[in-house]
Write a protein that binds this ligand. Structure first.
Ligand SMILES: *[C@@H]1O[C@H](CO)[C@@H](O)[C@H](O)[C@H]1NC(C)=O
Ligand SMILES: *[C@@H]1O[C@H](CO)[C@@H](O)[C@H](O)[C@H]1NC(C)=O
Ligand SMILES: *[C@@H]1O[C@H](CO)[C@@H](O)[C@H](O)[C@H]1NC(C)=O
Ligand SMILES: *[C@@H]1O[C@H](CO)[C@@H](O)[C@H](O)[C@H]1NC(C)=O
Ligand SMILES: *[C@@H]1O[C@H](CO)[C@@H](O)[C@H](O)[C@H]1NC(C)=O
Length: 355
């Protein structure tokens, strides 16, 4: 009996020890979003190969050359955020977790192909599912640490959101974005839904939100490959611009309504246009073609095992049909964490976590 009790107190000691000596700048990171943030959830789902990345040549620059399910040659943006905050890499994918203790530094719920809307990304973890898993996470952590410790952890943690891209792409695919009234309605509805999820996560105790806007969707290799001119598709980019322009003031408004809600909004779109205007000064040489793939712009198929890949990967903007190289992700995160107002607003992520 005594040894049983001391074994229990040892466990508690070990737990509180690991909380207090943690040298990370936030206790945990929780990640919601799409393939830009996925670190392996889709490995566990019954999805077509295009929605997965757990095969070579993905991960060719990851430690051990392991294809983890990240849509990248190496780390993705979430890994770089996590590393800058003192973690080894992104928290684990939710679907890989077997024991609640694995959730104590956070969880990554992101799922490639998913979006904000329930109808986006059939078979993926949609935002509703990701938020539900966060509810389950909170409950499981509370069982181990107790409710008040968990509330404190959640309030100090960082919440990353990287989404909307697949919703916008799906809408464009179906409608061609030809009707501007309908476009505005779609964007406004998308933002309503988004704010609904942000509010749910806030009500569960989140306070610090690092929100990434939608990307330069119309210029990815997948799109250039399918555009006879080889150019970007402007209508798609305009939808992304419209989403970003409308989302930011709505998030600002939300932060006024929800006490303690703090955010940092990163304009991935504006960063891309900034880099594309002066690629040399950022070390990029190839801005149109993917490093890994097949066909025109390497945008025909994803980075399948039978695709070819480039050797000078640090000079490429795109890794595959739609995703950044780890060099671009790394650069992006430098701006998101430490950048100033023109790309990340109203504060950067470093200021957010110190706030
Ligand atoms: C979703 O995918 C499943 C198979 O994975 C299919 O049976 C179903 O019809 C799909 N639903 C929609 C709405 O496309
Ligand atoms: C454009 O979309 C609006 C709103 O969905 C709809 O009422 C209208 O009929 C559409 N116009 C055309 C020309 O399709
Ligand atoms: C390459 O691999 C993909 C995925 O396994 C497959 O669908 C495709 O047919 C292959 N292409 C060639 C030319 O073998
Ligand atoms: C990411 O960028 C930082 C700062 O430029 C650099 O020190 C680090 O080595 C880079 N990491 C990788 C994996 O490229
Ligand atoms: C992105 O650029 C647009 C157009 O220049 C600008 O209106 C917008 O404020 C920028 N967004 C951010 C978050 O800086």
């Amino acid at each position: 009996m005594a040894s049983f009790i001391s074994a229990i107190s040892f466990v508690f000691l070990a737990l509180s020890f690991s909380i207090t000596v943690e040298s990370t700048l936030v206790p945990a990171i929780f990640v919601f979003g799409d393939s830009l943030a996925d670190v392996g959830n889709n490995n566990y789902l019954d999805l077509p190969m295009i929605s997965k990345a757990n095969f070579p040549h993905n991960g060719i620059d990851f430690p051990g050359r392991i294809p983890t399910g990240r849509f990248s040659n190496g780390f993705n943006g979430i890994d770089f955020i996590a590393m800058e905050l003192g973690f080894v890499k992104s928290p684990p994918p939710y679907l890989s977790i077997r024991n609640a203790i694995q959730m104590k530094k956070g969880v990554n719920y992101a799922s490639g192909g998913s979006g904000i809307l329930q109808t986006t990304g059939n078979g993926t973890l949609t935002m509703a599912t990701q938020v539900k898993y966060f509810v389950d996470t909170k409950r499981a952590l509370a069982k181990i640490f107790g409710g008040s410790i968990v509330n404190d952890i959640l309030a100090k943690s960082l919440y990353c959101f990287v989404t909307a891209n697949n919703d916008i792409f799906a809408y464009y695919s179906v409608t061609g974005a030809a009707n501007s009234t309908a476009n505005t309605k779609f964007i406004s509805n998308l933002i309503d839904e988004y704010l609904g999820y942000l509010t749910m996560v806030y009500k569960l105790g989140a306070r610090k939100f690092a929100i990434s806007g939608s990307i330069l969707i119309g210029c990815v290799p997948y799109i250039r490959n399918r555009n006879p001119t080889g150019g970007c598709i402007d209508e798609l980019n305009q939808l992304s611009v419209q989403f970003n322009a409308a989302a930011l003031p709505r998030i600002q408004q939300l932060s006024n309504q929800l006490p303690g809600f703090k955010y940092s909004y990163m304009s991935l779109y504006n960063l891309s246009t900034k880099i594309l205007a002066k690629p040399d000064s950022f070390g990029f040489k190839e801005l149109k073609s993917a490093c890994c793939g097949t066909g025109k712009f390497n945008g025909e198929t994803p980075c399948y095992p039978n695709a070819t890949y480039c050797s000078r990967r640090t000079e490429y903007f795109y890794w595959d049909i739609a995703h950044p190289t780890q060099s671009l992700s790394n650069l992006t995160i430098q701006f998101q964490l430490y950048g100033s107002n023109s790309l990340v607003t109203p504060i950067n992520v470093k200021q957010l976590i110190e706030s």
